[in-house]
Design a protein. Structure first.
Ligand SMILES: [Zn+2]
Length: 242
């Protein structure tokens, strides 16, 4: 049943994807969305996977692979960390990624990023990372990062494809279209470097008022929405040899 639905969905809501080649010719920034224990590490919290999850593991592996490349080349990385005050819940979600706990820290495969000079870490207490970069004085540290590094492309990976990744991508595209993000041109979402959580219909039914969230389907819809708003979606990311 789910397979049939997926085939139908991909036929009627196609997401055109091409391979992407990273090169030093265009200033590119890597944006990692919430690759933290609370969303990625088995058993780490209310919103963490309950068991090994292939899509999430692949997303973490690809994030680590590309982070390594960006650090070797000293290219800029911007990493969001979902991070909440214990007394301020984020509806409609159960408590998760409380500031100062392991849940809001980068996964073990990415922890080394904390010590890299080309990496900007940003704790955010909302779904949309672009809004989460807004400071009280009206400045926005994501905008500052794009301008300081003269970034033309951002390559976006992380979790969840249809939630935090999508909201960040949509806001960034709107801000770019309004002229706030010059010289940013392209927002590139790497499908194999994104993941979402899995709550199949059969499981949701047993949990009372839980809303089903089938992983493959919602991942696809997230990519489809991102593309519809003007992001480029790419199927693979390779590195141009020097
Ligand atoms: Zn959150």
């Amino acid at each position: 049943m789910v397979l049939e639905v997926m085939e139908l969905l991909k036929e009627h809501l196609p997401v055109t994807q091409e391979p992407f080649v990273l090169s030093g010719d265009v200033n590119t920034g890597l944006v990692l969305v919430d690759v933290v224990n609370g969303f990625c590490t088995v058993g780490a919290g209310n919103l963490a996977p309950k068991q090994h999850n292939k899509q999430i593991s692949q997303m973490v592996e690809e994030s680590a692979r590309l982070a390594r490349v960006f650090c070797e080349k000293k290219w800029p990385i911007f990493a969001f960390l979902d991070s909440h005050h214990p007394d301020i819940p984020e509806h409609p979600y159960p408590p998760h990624c409380i500031a100062g706990t392991d849940e809001s820290k980068l996964v073990p495969a990415l922890q080394w990023l904390e010590n890299e000079a080309n990496v900007t870490l940003r704790c955010k207490d909302c779904i949309d990372g672009f809004l989460g970069c807004l400071e009280k004085d009206g400045s926005n540290i994501f905008i500052d990062w794009v301008k300081k590094n003269q970034i033309k492309n951002i390559l976006v990976l992380g979790i969840c494809t249809d939630i935090c990744v999508l909201d960040f991508v949509c806001s960034t595209l709107s801000a770019r279209n309004r002229g706030f993000l010059s010289p940013l041109e392209d927002v590139i979402v790497y499908s194999g470097g994104c993941a979402t959580y899995d709550l199949p219909v059969s499981v949701a039914k047993t949990l009372g008022d839980a809303i089903a969230h089938p992983q493959e389907l919602m991942h696809h819809i997230g990519l489809y929405m991102a593309r519809g708003r003007g992001a480029k979606v790419v199927s693979e990311v390779s590195i141009k040899p020097l």
